[in-house]
Structures are given as structure tokens and as C-alpha cells.
Write a protein that binds this ligand. Sequence first.
Ligand SMILES: [Zn+2]
Length: 156
Amino acid sequence: MSFKESIQLNMELSYFEGQIPVNYQYTLGVAGTKFFEALKQKGEFIASVCSHCGLKTIYPLIYCEECFNPIDTYLSIGLEGELYSFTTCYLDYQGNRYDKPHVLGLIRFKGIKGGIIHRLNIDEKDLKLGMKVKAKLKPSKERTGTIDDIMYFEKV
Ligand SMILES: [Zn+2]
């Protein structure tokens, strides 16, 4: 079957079993680098601000996803947000059971589109949507400019 043929039924699809070694290095991009530099060096989150339409986003962008204008303004938003959603994970990515379940939350920030998904250091019985939470960061000399600079979010 060549690429010029059109598949009409998925039963016509074929596959080959095997493994493809894939190695890659993910780059943060311009705005992602700004975000993680601010996290590492200043211990704060930043959001991008579109000077044309006013959209604020986290993670920051270099182009506005609403009006497509370039963005060159970034705003410190501190470390405090609201718990928007949460879930409990019992298994890791390899299917191994955790000794203790991990609670993950989606944290959103007032007036900012987007959010951060990260670990919560809050008892499950105390979790409430909309509760104020704050990121607990590693000490500044231990930060490396990655998402793991955030240890977890905790109650304010
Ligand atoms: Zn915009």
C-alpha cells in the first residue's frame, strides 16, 4: 500500500510490531525559559500579558492565542492560587503502586488563563474546590529551573 492509496476501512490498516528508539530533548522556548528563570531566581510565577487584548496566561506565551499579537510583557503573579480540580493517583507511570497515594491538583490564578498541575500536600479530607493554595518551592540554592523546583502546593 502506498501513500497515494486512500484507506476506506480501518480493517485495511496494517502494522508492524517492534520498537523504535526515540531520543529527544525538549526545549522550553522563549517564554518557557522566562517562566523557569523567574521560578529559579526569584521564586515566583510569571504570566504573559498581551498588550493588545489584555489576555494573561500561565504558562507564558510569546504570541497571544486570542489575537495573535506578539507578547513582550510578563507579570509576576506570586505563588498563590486557587484549587480548581484535583485527583488521587495510586499508580506511577510504570503501573507500580505508590506506598502512599499522590494527590494532584490543577491550580488556577485569578484573572489568568491556564494553570499549573502539581502535587498537593493537603489531606484529601480537607480538599475543597476554590480553596487558596500556595506553592512550596525548594530552597533557592537547590532550584534548577524545572517544574520540580515546586515541591508541592499547600493550604494558605
Ligand atoms: Zn491578545
